[in-house]
Design a protein around this ligand. Structure first.
Ligand SMILES: [Ca+2]
Ligand SMILES: [Ca+2]
Ligand SMILES: [Ca+2]
Length: 321
């Protein structure tokens, strides 16, 4: 081959390789280098500084990971179905999880908790109520209240009274747990505001910060009908970030889920799961939406049709037991 052609051929190869995209991740460079040194099979590589650096890094990473493993996490979340709290008979681990309605609560942490308060840890004590506050031990555990003290925060109201009425049992006074409502199907994730007044002006102010729970209706997770209202539309100049939060409520169907999370001051997060049981459209002054229910239910309401306040769209959901 002529010299000129060889040069052209080399140039061609060089251009080809320049055009090839470089896809190797920078993080892989030390590994590739170490591998290529190993592949040569020469004894020198065992003396190579690079090899020891890589070896050191691998051992360091493994030890770091091992040191940071949390082998016994104490779960802070629990799902709960509180209605029908009278259970009898001997219980085992599976039954405790069934009662709490969750698989993410370990019996280890229940036992740790029981130990802290000097409770009998045997399996048939979940339903005991040594402090007589009406709250079984497993519910005291769920709320992280004192199973041997009827009024954990010492504010004059028993743990059971506070929980039933939507107050934080482990924070004195009229403290409320923080509540978040999520409806995955329609992409809703919104704070729930404990409205103190059903006056229109007051409700409108509360609606600037989320959806509102009407006063004197049930608390989320507890027996009764919790009536929760949110905007489907509002004036373009209206304040707040939740002016269209319930615009897709009509897309919900029976069986869809509504999740309600209550967060207590002591860090305890309790998740209640509801399922849509019905949907209807009614007049804007229909008081039936406030009808009491014996079991824990939620009534979600919003103005309907979209862009008007002529009627009300009502979606009902029942607590999953
Ligand atoms: Ca109790
Ligand atoms: Ca108690
Ligand atoms: Ca109390």
């Amino acid at each position: 081959m002529e010299k000129g052609k060889i040069f052209q051929a080399q140039l061609g190869n060089a251009q080809q390789s320049q055009n090839r995209p470089k896809r190797t991740l920078p993080i892989l460079y030390p590994l590739i280098l170490a591998w290529s040194l190993l592949a040569r099979g020469t004894k020198r590589i065992w003396k190579s500084t690079l090899f020891y650096i890589v070896l050191f890094l691998v051992i360091f990473a493994a030890l770091f990971k091992l040191a940071n493993l949390d082998l016994k996490p104490l779960p802070k979340t629990a799902a709960l179905s509180e209605s029908g709290a009278s259970f009898a008979g001997k219980l085992n681990v599976g039954e405790l999880k069934d009662k709490i309605g969750s698989t993410d609560v370990s019996t280890l942490s229940y036992n740790d908790w029981a130990l802290r308060y000097g409770l009998d840890q045997s399996n048939n004590k979940y339903d005991d109520d040594p402090d007589g506050d009406g709250l079984a031990n497993y519910l005291e555990y769920v709320h992280m209240t004192d199973p041997k003290k009827s009024d954990t925060d010492g504010d004059g109201f028993s743990d059971r009274q506070e929980i039933t009425n939507g107050y934080d049992p482990d924070a004195p006074g009229e403290a409320r747990p923080t509540v978040e409502i999520s409806i995955p199907k329609i992409g809703v994730g919104v704070p729930m505001i404990w409205s103190k007044s059903a006056e229109e002006a007051s409700l409108q102010t509360d609606l600037e910060s989320g959806v509102v729970l009407y006063p004197k209706t049930a608390s989320p997770g507890q027996n009764g009908n919790a009536v929760i209202s949110g905007h489907s539309s509002n004036y373009v100049w209206a304040k707040g970030n939740y002016n269209h939060i319930f615009k897709d409520l009509n897309n919900l169907a029976i069986g869809d889920t509504v999740d309600v999370k209550t967060i207590q001051k002591n860090g305890r997060v309790i998740a209640y799961h509801y399922q849509i049981s019905g949907k209807t459209i009614t007049s804007s002054d229909d008081q039936k939406i406030f009808d009491a229910t014996p079991d824990p239910t939620i009534t979600l309401t919003t103005c309907w049709p979209l862009g008007t306040n002529l009627k009300r769209l009502i979606v009902k959901a029942d607590l999953v037991k």
